[in-house]
Ligand binder design. Sequence first.
Ligand SMILES: NC(=O)c1ccc[n+]([C@@H]2O[C@H](COP(=O)([O-])OP(=O)(O)OC[C@H]3O[C@@H](n4cnc5c(N)ncnc54)[C@H](OP(=O)(O)O)[C@@H]3O)[C@@H](O)[C@H]2O)c1
Length: 289
Amino acid sequence: MASIAVIGLGGMGSRMAGQLLDAGHDLVVWNRTPQRTSDLVARGAVAADSPAEAARRASLVITMLSDPAALQQVAEGPQGIVAGATAPTTLLEMSTVGPAAVRRLAAMLPDGVGLLDAPVLGSISEAESGSLRIFVGGPELLAQRWMPVLAALGSPMHVGPLGAGAAAKLVANSTLFGVLAVLGEALALADGLGLPRNTAFEVLSATPVGSQADRRRPAIESGRFPRRFALSLARKDVDLIVSAAESTGVDLPVAAAAGQWLTAAQEAGLGDRDYSAVLAHITNTARSA
Ligand SMILES: NC(=O)c1ccc[n+]([C@@H]2O[C@H](COP(=O)([O-])OP(=O)(O)OC[C@H]3O[C@@H](n4cnc5c(N)ncnc54)[C@H](OP(=O)(O)O)[C@@H]3O)[C@@H](O)[C@H]2O)c1
């Protein structure tokens, strides 16, 4: 069994850490808000005083943080992961931060410290049950070495060299937000044209967004959107998608438009709600927008 550090114990990281404990690994944890370590410590994990200390104590260091700025804060500086990591430790970056943040981290690692980017598809319940899809980027041999650990978290898939995991995650998420925007706009159109909601949902059921219409219907009808993936994080993902596309000369007007809905919903105070609350925002505001 490996000694593993998990840094970032939010909705996803705390559950992934729990899976690793259940799999029998020695776990070191660090979180900016220290209270979030207590449940895992009660189950046998050790809390580190800093990301550097966590990295010193582990042969594999997993980061699961909100965004590139959080990764920078935790990785860099005298108390950061980079200061504590020594060969032959491996860093496994699992947040959604995009390829540029992975490149920045790679450039500052000491010789002999390995790096894989391995962001995940799936949400809180998949993290809790160890059934995430994991897109792994990095050297094949290094990826193979950590596959048994990743298997405790879900289904890992090696997708290419360093940065390919982060790229795969952006590609996957680029489909999520446009679909929600199209569904929200279709419902707003139905409202505008006087089609009853029941009828609209039956019609949409038979379209390419049918599965999303069926899945989101209870939340739209009840107005309750239980948080699994914060709308502010979805907005961050759209920014990453659009800027990664721009940096390679790819123009994505649909992604940018979906991002505008998420930005508007965040400005309306929905940033802490589940990202699907953008549907309520679209149906409530589209007519006067
Ligand atoms: N939720 C999902 O369904 C889902 C699915 C797939 C991928 N993801 C991705 O996974 C990552 C984590 O998501 P999550 O839902 O677990 O987010 P979350 O619950 O908001 O947790 C975010 C984590 O990042 C830490 N953090 C934020 N800013 C920081 C900073 N400046 N310095 C140090 N630590 C900082 C937080 O620490 P505090 O506890 O101190 O706030 C917390 O541990 C994100 O990149 C997200 O896009 C999420």
